[in-house]
Write a protein that binds this ligand. Structure first.
Ligand code: ADP
Ligand code: MG
Length: 337
């Protein structure tokens, strides 16, 4: 059966039937608007992401179930980067009428599994026919106690720059697929099943340790660049300090130019945060408790505006703020996810 046979309301009914009631949800899917409750003294954090087939993802290497996971995970990652708790999810979906219901079911399965794994409830969305590619819009609402959320603008000289997990794995998987090669399972999973660092972001924020925080969607240079710009500071990053996975290092040993993927490859969905130097040990203790590596890669410097990279031989060079830019030159020909 395809979507034109099931129909818009048939699809909404099947989605609705798969969503359980949850605390705080007075009305979810099925009315004109969701009616929700947030804890007293908390603030609402909201974020939206658009995913377009062949711009953000390709069914050539992403299954519909992985896509459901990823669409939700990247959206939750934005709440993680604010130090909040994600709660309520909305999915807008435009698909061709010929889309098989089985493919939509797989997408919904992935999306609901990812949401459920993080205590998030699907409370609404919108559904329509697309004349061409899939278009997915995901919106997340999260909460944080007043004064706890962490922005991009608080980095100060004397802060260390830290990053969670490892860098470049997702971009390496994509580069391998685009060359017709098959990445090993670890790299493929890093691309298709990113893990939003919710507990880490929330704990760092609640402990008041992070002065600025962002999630890594466009690459280290671009995303750390956003913190530097918003905070009006410069940073120096040590190339030798960048955390790399064993799988990434194995490819790097063959092709040294792949190092650029650790600097500018997108879609890691790790957290970059700045932490006063004297509080780094406390931040790393929290990371150890939640089970995510948190590595010092550099420092916020006084005098140098922009981002500098200190390479192995001690030389310092400015780092281009490369990364994916939708309206930039050269966009349009290669999907990034
Ligand atoms: P409206 O005409 O007011 O936009 P709809 O008929 O589009 O209402 O939606 C009916 C209900 O189904 C609403 O609660 C809406 O939030 C929900 N809904 C529609 N599409 C989706 C979807 N893709 N995922 C989750 N909920 C959806
Ligand atoms: Mg509608």
């Amino acid at each position: 059966m395809n979507l034109s046979e099931l129909g818009e309301f048939g699809l909404i009914d099947t989605i609705r039937a798969r969503v359980a009631s949850a605390p705080g949800v007075h009305r979810g899917i099925g009315d004109d608007a969701a009616e929700l409750e947030i804890p007293v003294g908390h603030r609402l954090l909201t974020s939206t992401d658009l995913l377009l087939e062949n711009i953000h993802f390709s069914f050539a290497w992403t299954s519909a179930e992985d896509l459901g996971h990823k669409a939700v995970a990247v959206n939750l990652s934005d709440i993680a980067a604010m130090g909040g708790t994600p709660r309520f999810l909305y999915i807008g979906l435009a698909c061709p009428a010929a889309t098989e219901v089985g493919q939509l079911d797989a997408f919904v399965t992935g999306a609901l599994a990812e949401a459920g794994a993080h205590g998030v409830t699907l409370v609404g969305g919108d559904t329509c026919r697309s004349p061409g590619p899939w278009i997915i819009s995901v919106t997340i609402e999260g909460t944080a106690p007043a004064g706890v959320a962490v922005g991009r603008d608080g980095a100060r000289p004397g802060d260390a720059v830290l990053v969670s997990g490892t860098l470049g794995d997702s971009a390496l998987a994509l580069a391998l697929w685009q060359r017709g090669a098959t990445p090993e399972a670890f790299l493929a999973a890093r691309h298709c099943r990113p893990e939003p660092r919710i507990a880490l972001g929330r704990e760092l924020a609640q402990a008041g340790l992070a002065t600025a925080m962002i999630d890594l969607s466009d690459g280290l240079a671009a995303d750390l660049g956003h913190i530097l710009e918003a905070s009006g500071v410069g940073a120096e990053v040590q190339s030798a300090a960048l955390p790399l996975s064993p799988a990434f290092r194995a490819h790097l040993a063959q092709r040294p130019e792949l190092f650029d993927l650790a600097l500018a490859g997108g879609e890691d969905y790790e957290l970059i945060c700045t932490v006063p130097v004297e509080r780094v040990a406390a931040a790393q203790a929290i990371a150890a408790r939640v089970g995510v590596p948190l590595t010092v890669i550099g420092a916020i410097t006084f005098s140098e505006p922009g981002l500098q990279l200190r390479v192995g031989n001690g030389a310092v060079r400015p780092l281009r703020r490369s990364g994916y830019e939708h309206f930039g030159r050269g966009t349009g020909e290669t999907p990034v996810a």
